[in-house]
Design a protein around this ligand. Sequence first.
Ligand code: HEC
Ligand code: HEC
Length: 306
Amino acid sequence: MTDDPRLNPQIGEEIDPHTGHREVDPVTGYDTTGHDWNGIRELNTPFPKIALWALALSFAYSVVAWVLLPAWPLGQDYTRGLLGLDQGEMAVERYQAISADRNEWLARFETDDFATLQADDTLMLPAMVAADRLYQDNCAACHGSDGGGGPNFPVLSDDYWLWGGDPETIAETLHVGINGPGDDARYAQMPAFDWLERGERIALTDYVTAMPQGTADQTGAGATLFAENCSACHAENGGGGMMNGAPSLIDEAVIYGQDRASVSDTLRYGRQGVMPAWSGRLSNAEINLLALYVANLPQRAAEGQK
Ligand code: HEC
Ligand code: HEC
């Protein structure tokens, strides 16, 4: 504490200019302001010096900052400061550095074949992280965040494929899409069988719903109708695999469902699931990256990772 009586109220000699007398609080020894609120007196303590210093320092800093850093808005523009820092430019530079780094390894997905890529662990580790981001942004909405599919959208994380689960076939599926507008699009139409009689459709429904359990009656009307109308696309035993997008009906994997209601709808109205073509939306390298990612989904699911 200073001994300047103007700064230290404990030793101040001044008297109150309004009342003409000085009133000292007996407990603290401070002057009071003379204000009295129902017996409560306010101490006349000085403004803390640390706060004054802080104010002075921040003002001094702001002057330095105005000179050195971007500070004052000038309508369309702003003062740049002597250091010429621009966080926008810094962010762009950093982004360019990251994307240059990414393009360096991504370029290999354009040029190298899948086996070489897959064998290179130091490449695949960071690449699969980027692939996951790409998958979540573009594919997860339909196929589920873990490839688990959903009603009307096929599972990508099991071993049942419509067209094939090797990276080459998946890349081709991604390039052209399925049932889309493009000329190259894979074509997978389940025709409507609304022209069959209701009884025939019921016999077929009985037959098809029992196929995955292997309990379908091979001697009844359902089996005959299946051989006549369905085996051309779904194969004689219903096992699919004919590269026309018609799924196997004897395994547990389903797109729309192999319960009575779903099968009966499929027969009445047909099915044409649409998968968009990704050529043009994604680069070749990104499509190959995703093809490897999707080809690995069954293994990831088996290992219980995401
Ligand atoms: C708008 C929804 C939609 C989006 C988005 C979508 N798909 Fe598909 N995808 C489908 C549908 C529907 C099918 C099945 C088409 C059919 O029924 O024949 C399919 C089929 C596939 C197949 C064929 C599976 C097989 O068994 O052969 C692959 C592979 C595939 N999608 C991967 C992807 C990837 C990778 C992406 C992201 C780049 C993606 N899909 C985005 C709807 C979508
Ligand atoms: C011209 C070829 C073709 C014929 C003929 C055909 N299907 Fe299909 N079927 C398909 C295709 C392609 C799909 C997949 C459609 C999709 O993914 O959108 C399909 C899908 C289905 C599904 C849905 C499977 C699931 O996983 O949800 C059932 C059930 C089915 N067919 C039953 C039949 C029956 C029964 C017949 C005979 C009456 C038949 N199909 C005849 C091509 C055919």
